[in-house]
Structure formats: C-alpha cells, structure tokens
Design a protein around this ligand. Sequence first.
Ligand code: PLP
Length: 397
Amino acid sequence: MNPRQDATTKQLLFIPGPVTVSPAVLAAMARPLIDHRGPEYAALLGRLARGMQPIFGTKSDVVFLGSSGTGGLEAAVASMFSPGQRLLACPVGVFGKRFIEIAMSHALEVEVLQTPLGHRLDPAQLTARLRSSPRPFDGILLTHNETSTGVQNDMAALAQAIGDYPAAVIVDSVSGLAASAFEMDAWGFDVVVGATQKALAAPPGMAMVAVSARAWQRMARAVGSRFYLDLRKAREFAAHGQTPWTPPVSIAIALDVAIERYLAESPAGVWSRHARYGQAIRAAMAAIGVDVFSQPDAHSVTVVAMHAPPGIDVASVSAALREQHGIIIGGGQAELKGKILRMGTMGDLTPGDIIGALAALETVLREHGHRSQSGAGVSAALEIFNRKRLPEPAFFG
Ligand code: PLP
C-alpha cells in the first residue's frame, strides 16, 4: 500500500461505473433534504422525467426507482410478463446472463440466442431466430452496452431486425444510456432501463425506467409477482409527483445537476467525448501491443476491454495502478476473470486524466514485463485528442 494512501488521496475511477463524479454533482448530494411528498420534490421529479425523456429518445413516461440498475431490470421483467411466458434472451456477456437469471427467477421460460464473447449481437441471427421459432416469443431481452466485454450493440439495426414482431422488447441500457444517441420511440422498444452511476456520472442509487404506451397496456394484463418494483405503482405515484416508497432524495438532487451538466455540454458533445476517449484508449493499446477484446464492429464507447498480455497478472497490475498511481481500473468477470482488463470512459474525466491513466497503465505493464516503447501509448492517444475534426467541444476546458 502506498504510504500516502488514505481516505483523502486522490483516486480516479476508470472502472465502468460507478464513475468519477464532478464536484458540482457531489456538492448537490450535500444539500438539505426535502420532503419527498412535498411540492419541491414533485417539481424535481417532473424535471428529472422531462430531462431523461430526450436522453432515452422517448416522449413516453420515465419513472424512477430507488435501486441500482438491476432493480430497474427486475422491475421491467416482473411488471411486463406473467409466469410461463416465453422470452428470447440475447446475452453478449455477464450482464445479459444476469438478465436471464432475473427472468427465470420470475418463472419465465427463456430461450437463449448465443453470441461469442467480444462480438455484438448479429441482427440477421436475431431475425432468423424470431422467424424460426415454432411458438412466438412474448418478450425479447436486449443489452445495449455489455460492460463485461466492452461490446456495444447496434440498437438501430436490432430494432430493424425485430421489425413488427409482436414481442415486448426490454433493453438494458444501464451502461449505454446517455453516452451515444438512443432512440427508444423510433426503434420501437417497450421498456428501457438506465442507472445514475454510469454515463450521466451521478452516484449510484437510482434506476431510470422508460416505458412505452404499448408496454403500459401489456402491464395492465400481466400477473407476475411484484411489489416494491411494480412499475405501474411507480407510474401512479409519478402522476402526483411522488414515488411509492421513500426515494433516494439526495441521488435525485444529484441527478438533476448531472442532467444540467449533460445539457450544458450538449448531447452531441457528451457522445463525442465518450467516443473519443474510447478511440484514444484503443489507439494507445494498439501502440503498446495490447489487443482489444471487442471485435472492430463491436467497440463500446463507454468501456474498453483488453486482453491481458501473456504472462501478466491482472490483479497485480490493478493493485499497482491503485496503490502507486491512484488509478482504478476493472478486471474481467466470470470466465474472463484474470484474462482481461477494462477501462471505462464515463465520468468526470478530462483528456488529461485519460492520458495520465494511460501513462500509468503502460508504465505498470512494462514493470510487469510487457515490452513496449516508453510513451508509445500516450503518444497514440494524444494523436487522437489532437485531431481537430469536431466542432471543439467544452470537454477540453
Ligand atoms: N447491466 C449492465 C450492462 C451493467 O453494466 C450493469 C452494471 O455495471 C448492470 C446491468 C447492473 O447494474 P447495477 O450494478 O447498477 O445493478
């Protein structure tokens, strides 16, 4: 342990959520609490819903749950379906598999369309599976961005692949939402789930769930068991500016500031920031001979997963980054544990932070025996940042 390490030592989170939160959002968490059944909270909740609608790309309702993203996914499944209904799950990693576990725990019948790790879901395969099923599916489970493999699905293409197939489409966009364009209404999705602690860069504690008009109709007929996570109840209370249960008030206040910051930077600015940070990290990895895990057509904008170079102990690299440089990165999960490293692009991070983290990573890898030219990764990342192809966004400030 670094002898200087204590609770106040600066650490930058490059894990793919929770992320480094800006001082303004952190300060919002310290504001006095307000009555969650009073007019100020009602105004706040209305503002949050209106703020989130364009981020989801919907004109429909957005409700808020006092839970992490998983609670939002469980709420969607429990509220939409009845035991025995058939779902097609399309996992591309750990979080897609968790989605299956949630569905099975609610007594749903789940068929799985498999995709090799590191690949995105193939729209043609999705269409083929829907067409070839002898019995129609009642629901389709999709992941927008798979945090465990650094893979992002092409949601527009998947929407097209589903076409007018009559199943309800539930989308986990926990680690994708707000980092790139999302068009829930245009793509015909029924329920989309996000969470505060990812691209919007607020602390963890709330799930945001967007629900289409068609989904509310289905929910009226669904008889699955649910109580705390009943989306219909959330909607009933939202009509009065409230949530059914005591909400995480401070997180709601923080999300309000996070949305203000998102708008001040502009959606296009936020999207290009994430895309560019991802490009810079991948360019750095290529320059130091570290292979990116995701396929070229499947790169996520919010997290880069890379193969651990041969002979490199991921746990030891992560520990050295944490203890000597204050840089916190992610490792692999499940079957990828010990095999990959993951670096997120989300949060209150500047290009300088990215460069600093890459400098630390290449240094630590070299100290662990990985051969590369000193500074090669940082130079490659700088090349990306120095390209003047965007209308200059505020994130260089
Ligand atoms: N889905 C995806 C794609 C995620 O990345 C995560 C968390 O990283 C989750 C679901 C679970 O969210 P939470 O940890 O907020 O419950």
